[in-house]
Design a protein around this ligand. Sequence first.
Ligand SMILES: [Zn+2]
Length: 136
Amino acid sequence: MADKIIQLPVFNIKIELTKGTETGNKYAGGQITSDLQEPCFFCKHKFCGMECPDALEWLHDRDLDILHKKLAYIHNYQVNKAATDTLESMILSAAIAGIDVESPSFLEVIETTSDAISKNVPELLEWDKVIKPDTE
Ligand SMILES: [Zn+2]
């Protein structure tokens, strides 16, 4: 059970902190969930990285042009995932260390960093018009 739950007003970030047994009032660990990451289109999990069986099956394509687009999409998706994973880790580490993650200045740090990720990670190109699988 969490000893403290922090819900931030940005990206639906929820932080659950647990106290250590030997560290007094300091937090020993915790977990974080947020809307920073796009879930896997296929299994809907945020931790998948589009490596689940359904995603791998979708990846196979005899049309080399489409295969290249799918590979580019998965590459960009995974780069974006690595960046947002890192941002989540930084926020969680800050909360565990006792930094006031609810302060306006820290919320600004989160938003600025998320903007930087969006600008630096290539667009998830052509997903809708070219390679999105049929879900009918
Ligand atoms: Zn998946």
